[in-house]
Design a protein around this ligand. Sequence first.
Ligand code: NAD
Ligand code: IPM
Ligand code: MN
Length: 377
Amino acid sequence: MKGRLMRVAYMPGDGVGHEVSVESQQILAQVAERDGFKYQLIPFDLGATRYLGTGEVLPDAILEKLRGCDAILLGAVGDPRVPPGVLEKGILLRLRFEFHQYINLRPVRLFPGVEGPIKGKGPDDVDMIVVRENNEDLYVGAGGFTRKGTPEEVAIQTSINTRAGVERAIRYAFELARKRSQTGSFRGLSEADRKQGFVRQVTLVAKTNVLTFAHDLWMRAYQEVAQEYPQVKADYQHVDACCMRMVVAPERFDVIVTTNMFGDIITDLGAVLQGGLGLAASGNINPERTAPSMFEPVHGSAPDIAGKGIANPLASILSLAMMLDHLEKPRSADRVRRAVASVLAAGTPRTPDLGGKSTTKEVGQAVRDALALDKSR
Ligand code: NAD
Ligand code: IPM
Ligand code: MN
């Protein structure tokens, strides 16, 4: 990355995607100025407006322009005027697949000052990260209809799980657990676990009791990779029990690795654990950096509140921080997270999803003010 101007694709997308992305964009400008790095912001107008106006979803020429960028900052796609799946599959999933963003990284962390939904569970109890496999499973679009529209109709949608695809996601999760050990050991480990030498934990979330082919492959790959990480406890939860435990005992989770479909579902639950979708960030990562990675809030275009100026911009801003980490600007990433943390700790301003009355812009401004006050180097 050194010696060349960093290229950031700016893709606000649809609905509240616009409202939250503009705040992140301003914060990027501020932090770049502060930390003395330069970048080029390249706007892309993909989404419902383009589709409804021209019929285009993601033209190949634009895909190639995106490929030349170092990272993509995405708002959200999806619009009630467009049939379901057209924009979601045509833009979001196509980019995840074409750019080999095979990891979807979704931290679940409750910031001090934010009221979590579970009585008696605070920031010390909610600090996990989900590694969602992002290129396979039910998402590949394998399947079809026969006798469509008749009473005998059959619809098939197949979950694709390749050994290589599964193994690289699992390995990423163990590597992440190893990295997390640098920030201390996992508090959820028992005395007996510690005696065995474990410092961190990975939980495989699957459904081995029913999906006895696909998730048997997952389990075998998991057990083999786990052998290479003797300091990481290899835990397992069925996805249904995982949902229950995430609510009852979130402190039992450190790193979770799971399939694309289950990862989608449990990370909306994870979003609630951290104070709602307005705070949940994510990165679609190409670990080999052969194409750009893409950073976006977990939430969608939120048509119910779009245009009102009240969407919470913090999920987008925290996704920007993940982008800065990926672009090897960890100091700037930490700065952004500290600014968000200080706004949340102050209790105000807050958008309505967090019980406040403030606007998107007021919260964005508060983060910029906090950044300006940040005295650390
Ligand atoms: P959604 O995430 O857009 O909204 C769910 C609920 O959360 C809504 O009540 C919404 O108001 C609220 N919410 C979401 N973001 C918020 C924010 N920043 N601040 C405050 N409240 C917020 O999910 P949905 O309604 O199921 O989907 C709407 C559209 O978005 C659909 O077209 C869907 O396919 C698409 N979608 C896109 C992405 C993406 O681009 N990554 C993700 C999820 C859904
Ligand atoms: C998400 C979204 C997407 C997904 C949709 C919009 C395709 O729900 O990023 O969580 O299912 O991955
Ligand atoms: Mn989702």
